[in-house]
Design a protein around this ligand. Structure first.
Ligand SMILES: C[S@@+](CC[C@H](N)C(=O)[O-])C[C@H]1O[C@@H](n2cnc3c(N)ncnc32)[C@H](O)[C@@H]1O
Length: 512
């Protein structure tokens, strides 16, 4: 019988991550910042959805019809279980890319997303995907793609090669994958300790493998142990995508595209001397030694007119989710911290500080004339990228998705009492999910059951820990007694009440 895995790791399942840039709503602000028309999204597709947390979140919290595939049947089965709970408009499949992409019953898509796929598949599969993008991504449609990038990977690529080689030559097929990962990691680390010329040339190698020793073994298996692994230069990806007619649009993270926090004056002068936008991306990757790129591409980029840009912005709605007093007026970039101007940001934050949804047109009206429209739009973009404020969907969409989000959150909160896998909860306001700590999930569940004081929250969390024969570790020290554990859980619960709970309420993840 043919091997369905195509050399891809299948005897250990992937992690339960959520990836916000797979949310089509995350296209809106970066596209406007890049001066591009924003398409309407009614159909979307995720290729290689893993455990399916992102695709299920986006199907539950939007009015978009979602399709997706992942050939690992354990992944597809878990994704389907969640889909059944939410009753969303979602079509889950366990077909390989070659089977799925050749189907004749699929619609054309406004959005196609692949996270953590492109670098870990064969050239044959890359051809299948580019052919699919050529045929099935609508004109005006958006592609989200992430991939391991050169030159960032060139120094540490020998680690991946040796891990894979060791597993291939000495890994025992009868042994479970986690043990094989550990054996190859230990072998490679021991080897690199005595590879002075290599380490001298690439001094980051020991640090990198040290850091890998702390990472989730399921993640490491999928990242480093597949038979295919191909980091690429931006220009190589661009060549691959050329037949699809998609061109580079922008980064999903507007802060990545903000030159002043990412490049020195000398680098900016260098970049300003270049004209070709694609070549500029390659040069930026050299300046930043980029290891991983996440980008939006668009099939048929169209510049938005000034009038439409203004109108689109004015119709957007925002809500502050951070506690006002915790918002810092700076952004972190590759070259350090950049201060944001208080005379622009403070008046905007003051308007948003009532934690109500505000339309941009109203914010603009309420601001002094000294703040220009372009400054307002930039400030909102940056505050959104810093996760201080969220972009809110249309009211009608929120009402359509509210019940589905409740069902999904209910399921995740229930499972937090017994398993530590999904750690994101979905907001009907944004169409996406937000990460919470394992204890915050237990506290949220308990709070919803009507136990609202820090003592009650701590007691339930302690019951959950004792049922799993676990206890807390604080600053590397095991907390042995019930008293010590309860005291620490009480601190955590107090912090939860002042920080996480208001956030979850503002996101309408839970109600009172
Ligand atoms: C690194 S994981 C990323 C999963 C998910 N996108 C995420 O980021 O959480 C890659 C996924 O692609 C799936 N995959 C790999 N090759 C595939 C193929 N040829 N057809 C369908 N799915 C494939 C794997 O089963 C795995 O779940």
């Amino acid at each position: 019988m043919a091997d369905w895995t195509e050399g891809y790791i299948s005897d250990i399942n992937y992690t339960y991550g959520y990836y916000p840039y797979l949310n089509p709503n995350s296209v809106i602000i970066p596209f406007l910042r890049a001066g591009l028309e924003v398409p309407k999204f009614s159909t979307a597709c995720e290729l290689g959805f893993g455990q399916g947390i992102s695709i299920n979140t986006h199907a539950a919290a939007s009015d978009i019809k979602w399709y997706g595939t992942d050939f690992n049947p354990a992944h597809a089965s878990f994704a389907q279980e969640i889909a059944d709970i939410t009753d969303s408009d979602i079509h889950i499949s366990d077909e390989s890319f070659s089977e799925f992409c050749s189907r004749s019953d699929l619609p054309d898509f406004d959005f196609i997303g692949l996270h953590g796929i492109w670098s870990w598949i064969s050239d044959d599969n890359r051809h299948i995907i580019t052919d699919f993008l050529r045929r099935k991504l609508k004109v005006g449609g958006v592609l989200y793609i992430s991939y391991n990038t050169l030159p960032g990977w060139s120094a540490t690529a020998p680690i991946r090669h040796m891990l894979n080689q060791h597993d291939h030559m000495l890994g025992s097929r009868g042994q479970n994958m986690k043990k094989r990962v550990q054996a190859s990691m230990d072998f490679t680390q021991n080897l690199l300790n005595i590879c002075q010329p290599l380490v001298q040339q690439s001094p980051l190698i020991p640090q990198k493998i040290e850091q890998m020793q702390t990472q989730d073994r399921n993640y490491l298996a999928h990242e480093y142990f597949n038979s295919d692994w191909q980091p690429m230069y931006f220009s190589e990806l661009s060549d691959w995508l050329s037949p699809t007619k998609a061109t580079f649009a922008c980064s999903p993270n507007v802060l990545e595209d903000f030159p002043h926090s990412n490049f020195t004056d000398e680098q900016l002068d260098f970049l300003n001397s270049l004209d070709d936008p694609m070549f500029i991306q390659s040069v930026k990757d050299y300046m930043r030694n980029t290891q991983f790129r996440q980008d939006f591409w668009v099939k048929g980029a169209r510049n938005i007119s000034t009038a439409k840009l203004e109108k689109t912005w004015q119709n957007l709605r925002f809500l502050m989710i951070s506690n006002r007093q915790d918002i810092t007026l700076n952004i972190e970039g590759n070259i350090g911290t950049i201060e944001l101007l208080p005379n622009i940001y403070e008046p905007i934050l003051d308007i948003l500080a009532d934690y109500k949804i505000h339309q941009v047109a109203d914010i603009e009206q309420a601001l002094p004339d000294s703040i220009k429209q372009s400054q307002l739009f930039e400030a909102l973009s940056f505050l959104k990228a810093k996760n201080n404020i969220i972009l809110v969907q249309d009211e009608q969409v929120i009402e359509t998705v509210r019940q589905r989000c409740e069902k999904l959150n209910h399921y995740i909160l229930q499972q937090s009492l017994v398993e530590q896998n999904i750690t994101s909860l979905v907001s009907p306001l944004t169409g996406g999910a937000f990460s919470f700590s394992q204890f915050d999930l237990i506290f949220l569940h308990t709070y919803q059951q009507g136990k609202k004081s820090s003592t009650q929250l701590a007691e339930v969390a302690w019951q959950v820990l004792t049922q799993q024969s676990k206890h807390l570790v604080k600053k590397g020290k095991d907390l042995q007694t019930e008293e010590e554990n309860l005291a620490e859980l009480n601190n955590m619960a107090t912090n939860f009440i002042s920080n996480t709970l208001p956030l979850a309420k503002r996101l309408q993840i839970i109600t009172d």
